[in-house]
Design a protein around this ligand. Structure first.
Ligand SMILES: O=c1ccn([C@@H]2O[C@H](COP(=O)(O)O)[C@@H](O)[C@H]2O)c(=O)[nH]1
Length: 272
């Protein structure tokens, strides 16, 4: 999917909400455990109930890998279901990959070609040759971890290297990568106070912003400092939406939570 199409969808739906499908068998409603594939049954219900309120879904692959082959199958069914029924929705494999070049190429083929995701999250630590293989895929997006939402972000990402914070080095250096127009960046909602400076470095790039809801990030602040002329934001909430309730009405409850965020986003879009 092109980023221009993504911007059109954001304007049309008045939403830049990304729903995280971090599906955990210990948290889903008990009645679903009787289904042949409880993870997919849960995801399908959540997707059908929320697809009109969001522009992206982000399964975090850890939640699927944790269940071995069955987990991978559930992930594959989920992405196939979205692509077949809601092709206008942007999909993110939150896999945080990155390796030497030939291995990165295999990761890129797995997520972009084999599974059909629009984007994948990548750790930048191994540098240019670990990221560029992902950027070669037309209309696919590589979402580089820049400043993450967790406390550990302060261990390295904000430390100065040659006089400049590491996350700024990541942002600046990556702009010179081959096909850098396919880059987006992860910036935690809990780091909203850094967003103005980040926007100075990457004024036109999309930012994937996790950390509203369960991690306490503030949507208003994210919008104030992070929005650009094309909106430029995908704000993710996972637990705060998908586990709104664990009874038989879990999907409606998730839709209510998603609606609350979408309405806030609509106001921010009108204000901008
Ligand atoms: O900096 C980061 C990068 C990724 N994540 C992921 O996003 C979701 C957040 O889930 P919530 O339940 O809304 O807190 C999850 O998959 C994380 O692994 C992040 O939180 N921060």
């Amino acid at each position: 999917m092109t980023s221009r199409f993504l911007v059109e969808q954001i304007r049309k739906k008045e939403s830049f909400l990304c729903i995280g499908l971090d599906t955990d068998l210990e948290k889903i409603p008990k009645h679903l455990l009787k289904e042949e594939d409880p993870i997919f049954a849960f995801n399908k219900a959540i997707i059908d109930a929320t697809q009109h309120l969001c522009v992206a879904y982000k399964p975090n692959t850890a939640f699927y890998e944790a269940y071995g082959i069955k987990g991978w199958q559930a992930l594959e069914k989920t992405i196939n279901y979205i692509n077949a029924n809601y092709p206008e929705i942007f999909t993110i494999a939150d896999a945080k990959r990155g390796d030497i070049g030939n291995t990165s190429t295999r990761y890129a083929k797995a997520f972009f070609e084999e599974m059909g995701f629009d984007s994948v999250t990548i750790a930048p630590y191994m540098g240019r040759d670990s990221v560029e293989p992902f950027l070669e895929f037309k209309d696919k997006h590589t979402i580089l971890l820049a400043l993450t939402s967790n406390k550990g972000a302060f261990d390295y990402q904000t430390k100065k290297v040659e006089g400049k914070e590491l996350y700024k080095q990541v942002l600046e250096t990556s702009k010179s990568y081959r096909n850098a127009e396919n880059l987006m960046y992860v910036v935690g909602a809990t780091k909203a106070s850094f967003l103005a400076e980040i926007r100075n470095i990457v004024p036109n790039s999309f930012l994937l912003v996790p950390g509203v809801g369960a991690q306490g990030g503030n949507l208003k602040e994210v919008c104030e400092y992070g929005m650009n002329k094309d909106v430029g934001l995908l704000v993710n909430s996972s637990r705060g939406i998908i586990y709104a309730s664990n009874d038989r009405h879990f999907a409606e409850a998730a839709a209510e939570k998603a609606k609350e965020l979408q309405e806030e986003m609509s106001l921010e879009l009108r204000r901008s």
